[in-house]
Design a binder for this molecule. Structure first.
Ligand SMILES: Cc1ncc(COP(=O)(O)O)c(C=O)c1O
Length: 365
C-alpha cells in the first residue's frame, strides 16, 4: 500500500502512448532551452490559457523544476519555506542547491487542514526567497483556500519573494467529495507576486518515465521578465527534456482527461474498500479532496512506526508511517490508493487484521 509508481498499477494506456512517441519530427535535435514552442503551447492550453506559451518552461520533472527555480532565486544558505505535512523530497531538492528548508505547518482542525498563516508570516525573514505550496497536498489531499492563497501572496509581494505552487494533483481536485467553493484549483496566471505553477506528465497522464513537466510563470511584469531571462540560461545549460515527449505533448495532454477518469474510478473504489473495512475499527480516514493517498488516524497509544513494522512482519503489508511526511503529531499511516483492486483489497485485509489485534490489546489493557 506504498505503491506510488503509476506505471505499476495497470492504468496508463501504453498501447496508445507508444505510437505517439514514434514521430519523425523527433528525429532531429532542435535545442530550445525553454522547450519547443508547440509543446509550450500545449501546456498553456492545458492550463486553460491562464498563461501564454512564452511564459511556460519545460523541465524533465517537477523535481527538476524546483531545482531550477531554487538556482534562479537562491544563493547558498538562502531559505525556502515548505509545508508540513508534505511529501519528503524538499530537503533533498533544496539541499542539493545549498538551500535551507524551513517548514511551516498546516493544522488539522474542525475536519480540515489549514495553513497557519500567522506562523508562516513570522517565518519570513531576509534569507527567505520563496514559499512552496502543494495543492492539493500530498499526502493530506487538502485544499488551498482562496483566503490562504491571498495571505500567502500578500506575504510574498510584501517581502519580494516568490510563490511556488505544486499543482501536480490538480486534476484529482474534488474526487472524494464536493470541491469547496473557495478551493483554489490553480495559481497559473496570478500576478500579485512572482508565481511558478508546477505540473507534469507524471501525474497528469501517469507517465513519469516520459520525463516531461512544466512551470507556468506569472507575476509583476518586471519580475517575470527578469526571472524568465535567467531561467532560460539555466535551462539552456541542461536542455533536459527529450524531443519525443515534447513533440507528442499536445496529444498526450489530450489523453489526460480519459486517464484521469480511470484513475478517479480506481482511487474512489480503493478508498471505499478501505472505508468499509475499517468502519468498525478504532481508526479513521481523514477527509481529503484530491491526490492519491488516504491518511489514517490511528487509535491513541498506537506507535505509527512500530505498528507499521508489525503489519509488514505479520501480514506482509507495507504502509507509510506519518513521520515520513513530517506530520506534527504522531499516530498516522499514509495509504496509497493506486494499487490494482485485488492487491489493494489484500492489503486492506491485512490492515483490518492488525486493527483487530489492537482492539484485543486494548481489551487486555
Ligand atoms: C506532490 C508531488 N509533486 C511532485 C512529485 C514528483 O513528480 P515528478 O515526477 O514530476 O518529479 C511527487 C512524487 O510523487 C509528488 O508527490
Amino acid at each position: 500500500m506504498t505503491l506510488t509508481n503509476p506505471t505499476q498499477c495497470g492504468l496508463p494506456p501504453w498501447h496508445t502512448v507508444g505510437p505517439l512517441l514514434d514521430n519523425a519530427d523527433a528525429a532531429t535535435y532542435a535545442p530550445a532551452p525553454l522547450g519547443l514552442l508547440e509543446a509550450r503551447q500545449a501546456v498553456a492550453d492545458h492550463l486553460n490559457g491562464a498563461v501564454v506559451p512564452a511564459h511556460v518552461v519545460l523541465t524533465a520533472s517537477t523535481s527538476e523544476a524546483y531545482s531550477w527555480i531554487f538556482k534562479l532565486l537562491c544563493n547558498a544558505g538562502d531559505e525556502v519555506l515548505v509545508p508540513a505535512p508534505s511529501y519528503p523530497l524538499f530537503g533533498f531538492l533544496a539541499g542539493l542547491e545549498g538551500v535551507v528548508v524551513r517548514h511551516y505547518v498546516s493544522v488539522y482542525a474542525g475536519g480540515e487542514w489549514q495553513v497557519d498563516t500567522a506562523a508562516l508570516g513570522e517565518a519570513v525573514h531576509s534569507r527567505v526567497r520563496a514559499i512552496v505550496v502543494v495543492a492539493p497536498s500530498n499526502p493530506t489531499g487538502s485544499v488551498l483556500r482562496m483566503a490562504e492563497l491571498a495571505a500567502v501572496e500578500a506575504l510574498c509581494a510584501h517581502n519580494g519573494i516568490a510563490l511556488i505552487c505544486n499543482e501536480v494533483f490538480a486534476q484529482t481536485c474534488g474526487i472524494y467529495g464536493a470541491w469547496p467553493a473557495d478551493g483554489v484549483r490553480s495559481v497559473a496566471g496570478r500576478s500579485t507576486c512572482l508565481t511558478f505553477a508546477l505540473g507534469g506528465l507524471s501525474k497528469a497522464c501517469l507517465l513519469p518515465q516520459l520525463k516531461c513537466a512544466w512551470i507556468g510563470m506569472s507575476g509583476p511584469a518586471a519580475d517575470l521578465d527578469s526571472a524568465l531571462a535567467k531561467l532560460e540560461i539555466i535551462a539552456d545549460t541542461y536542455l533536459s527534456v527529450g524531443a519525443p515527449a515534447q513533440v507528442a505533448l499536445a496529444q498526450l495532454l489530450a489523453m489526460s482527461t480519459g486517464v484521469q477518469a480511470n484513475l478517479h474510478q480506481r482511487l474512489t473504489q480503493n478508498k471505499n474498500v478501505l472505508q468499509i473495512a475499517i468502519y468498525d475499527k478504532p481508526m479513521t480516514i481523514l477527509p481529503c479532496f484530491g491526490g492519491w493517498s488516504a491518511v489514517l488516524r490511528l487509535p491513541l497509544g498506537i506507535d505509527e512506526e512500530l505498528a507499521a513494522l508489525s503489519l509488514l512482519d505479520h501480514a506482509g503489508v507495507a504502509v507509510h508511517p506519518g513521520n515520513l511526511y513530517d506530520f506534527a503529531d504522531h499516530g498516522h499511516w499514509v495509504i496509497i490508493l493506486l494499487p490494482e483492486p485485488d492487491a489493494f483489497a489484500a492489503g486492506v485485509a491485512g490492515l483490518r487484521q492488525a486493527a483487530l489485534s489492537w482492539a484485543t490489546d486494548d481489551a487486555h489493557d
